[in-house]
Write a protein that binds this ligand. Sequence first.
Ligand code: NAD
Length: 354
Amino acid sequence: MAAGITIQAPELQARIAAILRKAGSSTEEAEAVAANLVLANLSGHDSHGVGMVPRYVDAVLEGGLKPNTSARVTLDTGALLALDGQRGYGQVVGVQAMELAITRAKDVGSCVMALGQAHHLGRIGHFAEMAVAQGLVSIHFVNVLSRPVVAPWHGGDGRFGTNPCCIGVPLQAREPFVLDFATSRVAQGKMRVAHNAGKRAEPGTLIDEDGRPTTDPGVVVVPQPKGGFGALMTFGEHKGYGLAVACELLGGALTGGGTWHRPADQARSVYNGMLAIVIDPQRLGTADTFTREALEFVDWLQKSPPGPGTDGVLLAGDPERKAREERRRDGIAIDAATWGEIGAAAAKVGLPAA
Ligand code: NAD
């Protein structure tokens, strides 16, 4: 097996872009997807970083992921936009869709954007960061069409995906609030990373293929003794479960992208549907109050004394910013199994494995 490595972001990005180019992407697309994946690693979310590349290469070779494909506008009525991702790279069609939604929100004050049939959109916070950088609020509900890896509250097997939810709020002259999370207790990709690294999951995260609690991340990564898989649990008990269902109904059904309601298949492609609501606070008539009240609340919040044994109060988005600073300086550590899988993906498209 290949050894794990620590690698600087530009070098990693060049390696990933080369693999994606060989898998059929234009130079521009390969660079954009590679940059997005490396930024996920830099942000501390290895689950949505370059470790996805072997799966993307397989999905391209299977025909489920279409390189060099743009999002197609299927409806445009001003504040309502619908797009078909046409199974293109989510890192590309998602950005195209968000660019349109941002322009529209600036023009008319808000935009409800429905994107269906995007291949894996990666880290959803990426899209909220695009909006907050323009001073806009951005809310995202996303479903996942792949293996159903998350169990409903009080259910005994996986019925839906890790359905992420994300809210971005700009804070004047400060770093923005970017809340971006899977509605499962942890992202499925984090279980792949844990399994590859030989680590256990926190209790309360997983059930095995018989519906019993377990801490073995392998139950959602490799086929189990009876041939099935275990499942992840939702965060926040019935409340996180409810939000996961909302993501499926809004990101899957309302966007037209589709919901999951069938047994797992072997396909390597992962599709996301995303409902995004983008709001321009300048156009809502509350901009002055919004700016003042948001900052006063955040200051108030952060004056809370650190709880015993904690580092004190953070704002969503802070951990990713801190990780970026550290990893840009120190490099990105990639475990041996993930680096080996990336090498195997390179070999599949005719590049040297290391
Ligand atoms: P997570 O559990 O690490 O939570 C991340 C969120 O919590 C971030 O907004 C972070 O800033 C905030 N946070 C973390 N610690 C905090 C603290 N101490 N105080 C305040 N805020 C804090 O994330 P996750 O659920 O593992 O999701 C990881 C990524 O996976 C996300 O980017 C998500 O979009 C992505 N994802 C994508 C898909 C897909 O199909 N495309 C599916 C699931 C998840």
